[in-house]
Design a protein around this ligand. Structure first.
Ligand code: TXA
Ligand code: MG
Length: 310
């Protein structure tokens, strides 16, 4: 751990595990280190970064106007897979926020991440993949994108496998820009506030969350929804079933038996594997509306799969 802390203090970039996906960390108060993050990922500079923190003092370092309802969410869900967007303190670097008046904060629920941030101070960290590739859930994914020798704190496979929920609490109603393991239901059960889902760029309104306009998470294989009554019949397609028993399973016909946590944990690895095997397509069983209402992780899965379709 010491050597990674030293790298951050020297203005370098280090990949570290969180409970969602691996992050590409840099000192949130060092502009040249933050520039390296954008360069390494090939990330457009108008897409802001999340600041990762590990205690309450760090909230006050970055955020202004923390409402009572936001406090309720912090109390209930931090550390955890929920990113909150606040009005920013004037000193927060524009590089982080892409010039927006707000800043995204997240207190990750991962022991190694917390030990690391305790020693380095707040870290900006986008997902540790090259722009346009699926987020990394294993160290091998990071090595595939950035090379064998890239500095990585090895925390094994990440727990959740999909990125955090992004919730704007700078204005009411609160807005979910990116659905995740913590959904609208869980949020509204804790905070006395209404929330809206706002995951796309609609009409002429400027994207409030710039990340939503980029197609992330894209494998080379064409991702599509399985047609009704369609049977798995191509060895060049990966089939992902979650509810309906396909009647047979193989290394390219997967059945999750309603275990949506398991599906979330594996999704990005499946995407990357499909490309390594040079498959033509990934066909996913569609999610019924009642399931999407009921289960936040299913909603998050559907969102990422939809995004991978471009
Ligand atoms: O689970 C996660 O959140 C992972 C781990 C590493 O913590 N991080 C992650 O970061 O997914 P990234 O950079 O890949 O996605 C951050 C998203 C982007 O869609 C970005 O546009 C949005 O958060 N975002 C960041 N700051 C924002 C702000 N001030 N206003 C609106 N959206 C913001
Ligand atoms: Mg990302």
């Amino acid at each position: 751990m010491d050597k990674f802390v030293q790298l951050i203090k020297a203005g370098e970039v280090v990949a570290f595990p969180t409970e969602t996906v691996y992050g590409l960390g840099a000192d949130a108060w060092n502009a040249s280190a933050i520039k390296k993050v954008f360069d390494i990922k090939g990330r457009p500079s108008d897409n802001p970064l999340i600041v990762h923190i590990s205690n309450r003092e760090m909230i006050a370092e970055f955020a202004e106007d923390v409402s009572e309802e936001a406090e309720q969410l912090i109390e209930a869900f931090w550390p955890g897979p929920l990113t909150l967007i606040f009005n920013k303190k004037p000193a927060v670097l524009d590089l982080i926020t892409a010039g927006l008046p707000t800043v995204a904060l997240r207190w990750p629920d991962n022991e190694l991440a917390l030990q690391f941030i305790n020693q380095t101070g707040p870290l900006v960290a986008p997902s540790a993949n090259s722009s346009g590739r699926p987020s990394p859930t294993k160290t091998a994914h990071i090595k595939d994108d950035f090379g064998e020798d890239f500095p990585i704190i090895d925390g094994g496979e990440t727990n959740i496998g999909l990125e955090s929920t992004v919730l704007d609490v700078s204005e009411k109603p609160f807005r979910i820009y990116r659905p995740g393991a913590i959904g609208q239901k869980e949020i509204e059960a804790v905070a006395d506030v209404s929330t809206e889902l706002s995951t796309g760029v609609s009409g002429t309104r400027k994207a409030k969350s710039p990340g939503t306009k980029y197609s992330h998470y894209s494998p080379e294989a064409k991702v599509r929804w399985l047609k009704s009554e369609e049977k798995p019949d191509s060895s060049k397609t990966l089939y992902l079933f979650h509810h309906t028993d396909p009647g047979m399973v193989s290394d390219h016909i997967i059945f999750y038996r309603n275990n949506y946590d398991a599906m979330a944990k594996e999704l990005y690895d499946r995407f990357r594997q499909a490309d390594l095997k040079q498959l033509d397509a990934i066909a996913v069983e569609p999610f019924p509306a009642d399931l999407l209402e009921e289960m936040s992780i299913a909603k998050a899965l559907e969102n990422r799969i939809q995004k991978a379709m471009g």
